[in-house]
Ligand binder design. Structure first.
Ligand SMILES: Cc1cc2nc3c(=O)[nH]c(=O)nc-3n(C[C@H](O)[C@H](O)[C@H](O)COP(=O)(O)O)c2cc1C
Length: 177
């Protein structure tokens, strides 16, 4: 699969089949994650991969209104994306742990697509304290996002995106691309 094909095929998946996801595939997507860029190559990211029944507890971290809540009890795998802010570092008032973790997670999500697996970045109304307590995550570590992972039970329609002209300038701010 070409990279752009994976990028355009990736969509947030909120319903999953029960089908098992092999350890080989889990290693494959984690390998993609660990190859991501990070500030000063600090790699301050961590992934908790949940494959046992404990994964279903993750749904308790979300409000009932979160559209991905049920997916966390359906999907055969869930991933908790964590980061160590101290390890990732800061520069000119910018804390890079969110950036580093997001780069790694995007790699993971694209590698998943290549293997037919769906994911959904979930961070809205995430009860971080609940996730940390439930899975024994140390105080100094932040939970950046969670995601179910498994074989999609449907194919969602693509969500709208801004045009290139709305988001890109050529040779200076405000200059039409
Ligand atoms: C930071 C962030 C937080 C998100 N939080 C949630 C969430 O809590 N629940 C959910 O169902 N989707 C969540 N999403 C997924 C977005 O809704 C989704 O990526 C967006 O609507 C575009 O759709 P697509 O991923 O299918 O292209 C989140 C995405 C990001 C990047």
């Amino acid at each position: 699969m070409e990279v752009f094909e994976a990028i355009s095929a990736r969509k947030s998946i909120r319903r999953y089949k029960e089908d098992h996801v092999s350890m080989d595939l889990l290693e494959y997507v984690l390998d993609a994650a660990r190859l991501a860029p990070s500030w000063h190559n600090k790699q301050g990211w961590f992934f908790i991969v949940l494959t046992d029944e404990s994964r279903k507890l993750l749904a308790g971290a979300l409000d009932d209104t979160n559209p991905c809540k049920n997916a966390l009890t359906q999907a055969p795998v869930s991933i908790i994306l964590c980061a160590d802010p101290e390890q990732s570092g800061n520069c000119e008032g910018k804390s890079y742990y969110l950036v580093d973790a997001a780069c790694a997670m995007e790699n993971l999500m694209l590698a998943a697509i290549e293997k037919g697996l769906g994911t959904c970045w979930v961070a809205g109304d995430l009860n971080e304290g609940f996730v940390k307590k439930t899975y024994g995550i140390p105080d100094n570590i932040r939970v950046v996002a969670i995601s179910p992972m498994g074989y999609p039970a449907y194919q969602p329609k693509p969500r709208p995106r801004k045009s290139i002209q709305e988001i890109a300038f050529l040779n200076g701010w405000g200059k039409q691309f």
